[in-house]
Design a protein around this ligand. Structure first.
Ligand code: SF4
Ligand code: SF4
Length: 364
């Protein structure tokens, strides 16, 4: 998992324009408490702004950064390792940690609006709410996100409106082309159609696309936390998918398992299927889903928005159950239908990667 770049406009005043306020509907009903012994979100190169960089250099003059055209990032340990400030899975620069670390697991997509959702790879976020059928807007207020939301709100300063306008122009170009081809549909209509019957993975969605090769760099691997000293990464291997335990200092500790990719959808218990449906419903409500599908549609001249979004949801579902299967095998679970806890782990092993897919929008 990586904390991908979140362009920064740091400031102290909250936006006065109500249209630029943060939509937190998708946080409703969730509870969160960080697991300090986890450290998963610290296998990352978080973005730093100029002020944060200066503070970090003051407390640790040897701090190393990666400077790119996208901004400045804290350098991680070599070979896909952890952030240089991670010590025994705790942050040694906690009071000076950069903004992505302060905001995680809140993720803000900047598109038609500022929509907050949660990175469900974080094991500190309880997933049971996904199985509820209550609409998100009717759920209880979220619990435990006070500091993270305060950190997000500190960045809602002038400059966000300009970025929204730029994103809107990018979207406009795509929509006009799809409209000319007779393929455009309004997003709420797409959501309405798919909310009624959430598309679950079909046999043709298996096996899902292969995971990245470890040779591409460990930082590209989907990773998850399962209580080992380092996180587990999934890589393409001779046996299909390989699960490798990573060292907190970087590199591979050992190969845990090589698992052939499922060729057909594994069976799920009824409660496991309810959780999967709830997750796909959650994903459907994310603006980032539609914003990632529209650019993909330009690669083809066929298919409506509804058809493309349905296919994307099925692929996400197939990825979740495939990774759930890997985790079930790793934990030595008996064969049989995947259970709710295993689907939860499949969601955790998948969500960050899906959120990292490029969109016509931006990330706060
Ligand atoms: S991934 Fe979540 S639970 Fe783990 S250290 Fe980060 S915020 Fe805490
Ligand atoms: S600065 Fe601290 S919180 Fe942020 S990634 Fe590094 S160790 Fe983790």
């Amino acid at each position: 998992m990586s904390l991908r770049p979140s362009p920064l406009a740091k400031g102290t005043s909250v936006m006065a324009d109500p249209s630029l306020s943060l939509n937190t509907t998708l946080l409703r009903g969730f509870r969160y408490a960080c697991w300090p012994e986890c450290g998963l979100c610290c296998f990352a190169e978080p973005r730093v702004d100029a002020t944060e960089r200066a503070v970090l250099l003051q407390i640790a003059p040897e701090t190393e950064f990666v400077d790119t055209s996208q901004g400045s990032f804290l350098r991680a340990g070599s070979n896909g390792g952890a952030c240089q400030f991670l010590r025994n899975l705790r942050c040694s620069a906690h009071t000076a940690r950069p903004h992505p670390c302060q905001e995680f697991p809140v993720h803000v997509h900047l598109g038609d609006r500022l929509q907050a959702s949660l990175v469900l790879s974080c094991p500190g976020v309880a997933l049971d709410v996904l199985s509820e059928t209550t609409p998100f807007s009717a759920r209880a207020a979220p619990e435990g996100f006070g500091d993270e939301l305060a950190a997000v709100n500190r960045r809602l300063v002038p400059g966000v409106d300009r970025r929204l306008r730029e994103a809107g122009r990018r979207k406009g170009r795509i929509v006009r082309q799809l409209d000319r081809e007779g393929r455009w549909e309004e997003e709420e209509e797409v959501r309405d159609a798919l909310r009624r019957e959430v598309p679950l993975p079909l046999p043709e969605d298996f096996p899902v696309e292969a995971p990245p090769s470890a040779e591409d760099g460990l930082e590209f691997l989907p990773i998850f936390y399962d209580g080992r000293p380092g996180p587990v990464g999934l890589a393409e291997g001779l046996g299909g998918w390989e699960a490798v335990e990573l060292r907190p200092s970087g590199g591979v500790e050992r190969l845990l398992a090589a698992i052939p990719p499922p060729e057909t959808p594994p069976e799920l218990t009824p409660t496991a299927e309810r959780l999967l449906v709830g997750y796909l419903r959650y994903y459907l409500e994310r603006d980032a889903l539609l914003a990632s599908v529209l650019p993909q549609m330009l690669q083809s001249s066929e298919g409506t928005v509804t058809a493309w979004v349905a296919k994307e949801l099925r692929t996400i579902g197939a990825t979740v159950v495939s990774r759930a299967l890997v985790r079930a095998k790793l934990s030595g679970a008996p064969s049989g239908p995947l259970r709710v806890g295993e689907i939860a782990e499949g969601i955790r092993a998948t969500d960050q990667d899906r959120l990292d897919v490029p969109t016509w929008g931006d990330r706060l």
